[in-house]
Design a protein around this ligand. Structure first.
Ligand code: NDP
Length: 445
């Protein structure tokens, strides 16, 4: 890392103790930015990096609710409004027991650059709670969401901060959150949340967008080597929103997705994952992946273990941060891995990324490869602002153009800064320069 940036990075780490994921995300971005500061001394003079690493606002709040047995439960809610240089804060809400400030800050920090890369007018933010939705009834989920929004509503708005979904927050939760926002404010403010239902202000393609976009980005990377998804063996981690739609899109391009996972285990289906059955189990019945093995034919289920033990030409990590480590990366590379497209945020550890890059594997980092979700959220905001709703085909076409654009921008920026083929450098630099220019133009705020 450039010595000037290393000193700033060390200060950021010291100011934010105990936030390992945030430290990791900051370090990974700083490692790319030395050459930018050689060309743009004004960024150092304006302390852009120091400002970028300090969120504009951080909100932490109590979320009290009662479970079905009438017991009082207390969770912690977060919203980190990181950077509004390019537009209102935009980023999802995560409900998962592992959530703490360091996770929300890593996700919010990544979101700044991701949103800049989309070319849409959106700043970066993220939020969530340590609430665990697993095993909770619909009524409990609703009461939790209502309590969460009873505090959050005063901080968000169409022109201020626009949350969406993430792990543990899908269409059902966005519905309960939107209902409570409307009730408290007495405003039908469609643009305050994205990921809404189609009949009440949502956008077609939003549920599919992150997974579809990840595959579109990865296909663009493959094309640079004269390759494609067609006929390839693919492994996907996770079996949530991003994973299911990545599987569907990869298979529509001719790939065979042979394995996917949840936090309990993974399935191997050599004939290719049956997306219809997977959707039925995970989206309709809210069941576990183990059920897929019971109901599918010729499916092996491995309790525990790592889905990365399954060989593939293309790996699409779509579950969570740091799920793919250096040893797994080395094994995948030894067995013929060609490309990695990150559907999740920071799923590959720093060691894994180094293994992929040293081996010449095409590597699409999450902030570029999974930007289709937030980009389509921005399309949802456009439709809300114009009180319009677009067809599936039109919206998917826009998503495709955006993903191809992000790919090309990352590739061109990597070339421009002497790192051809390095999508990590390309994404970090292109996103950073756009935000840094806007911050300097807007003065010291
Ligand atoms: P979902 O809640 O729909 O699915 C998450 C999946 O990942 C589940 O299969 C879950 O398994 C698994 N998972 C979650 N946490 C862990 C863990 N600690 N260990 C192992 N497996 C885990 O979330 P999404 O699909 O929406 O999100 C997946 C990833 O994609 C996240 O990194 C998210 O930040 C990122 N992302 C999502 C976007 C979106 O539009 N939804 C946009 C951009 C990025 P289990 O059910 O067993 O917990």
């Amino acid at each position: 890392m450039d010595a000037r940036l290393e000193a700033i990075r060390d200060t950021v780490l010291a100011r934010n103790p105990g936030e390992a994921e945030f430290h990791q995300a900051v370090t990974e971005v700083f490692e790319s930015l030395g050459p930018v500061h050689d060309r743009h001394p004004e960024f150092l003079e304006g302390a852009v990096l120091e400002r970028l690493c300090e969120p504009e606002r951080q909100i932490i709040f109590r979320v009290p609710w009662t479970d079905d047995a009438g017991r009082v439960q207390i969770n912690r809610g977060f919203r980190v409004e990181f950077n509004s240089a390019l537009g209102p804060y935009k980023g999802g809400l995560r409900f998962h027991p592992s959530v703490y400030l360091g996770i929300v800050k890593f996700l919010g920090f990544e979101q700044i650059f991701k949103n800049a890369l989309t070319g849409m007018p959106i700043g970066g933010g993220k939020g969530g709670s340590d609430f665990d939705p697993r095993g909770r009834s619909d009524a409990e989920i609703m009461r939790f969401c209502q309590s969460f929004m009873t505090e959050l509503y005063r901080h968000i708005g169409e022109y201020t901060d626009v949350p969406a979904g993430d792990i543990g927050v899908g269409g059902r939760e966005i519905g309960y959150l939107f209902g409570q926002y409307k009730r408290i404010t007495n405003r039908y403010e469609s643009g305050v949340l994205t990921g809404k239902g189609i009949s009440w202000g949502g956008s077609l393609v939003r549920p599919e967008a992150t997974g579809f976009g990840t595959v579109i980005f990865t296909e663009e990377m493959l094309k640079t080597r004269g390759a494609s998804f067609d006929g390839r063996r693919v492994v996907v981690s996770g079996s949530g929103n991003v994973a299911i739609n990545a599987i569907a899109k990869a298979q529509s391009l001719g790939a065979t997705v042979v394995a996917c996972s949840d936090s309990s285990g993974y399935v191997v289906d050599e004939a290719g994952i049956d997306v219809g059955l997977l959707r039925q189990i995970k989206e309709v019945e809210r069941g576990r992946l183990k059920d897929y093995a019971v109901r599918g034919t010729h499916v092996a289920y491995v309790e525990g273990g790592s889905v990365w033990d399954v060989d593939a030409a293309v790996a699409l990590p779509c579950a969570t941060q740091n799920e793919l480590g250096g040893d797994a990366a080395a094994r995948l590379v030894r067995n013929g891995l060609l490309a990695v497209g990150e559907g999740a945020n920071m799923p590959s550890t720093r060691e894994a990324v180094a293994v992929f890059q040293d081996a010449g594997v095409l590597f699409g980092p999450g902030k570029a490869a999974n930007a289709g979700g937030v980009a389509t959220s921005a399309l949802e905001m456009q439709q809300n602002a114009s009180r319009d709703s677009w067809s599936f085909e039109h919206t998917e076409q826009r998503l495709t153009e955006i993903m191809v654009g992000i790919h090309d921008r990352c590739a061109a920026t990597a070339d421009e800064y002497g790192a051809p083929g390095n999508y990590v450098a390309g994404a970090n630099i292109a996103g950073f320069v756009k935000v840094a220019d806007a911050m300097l133009a807007q003065g010291l705020i």
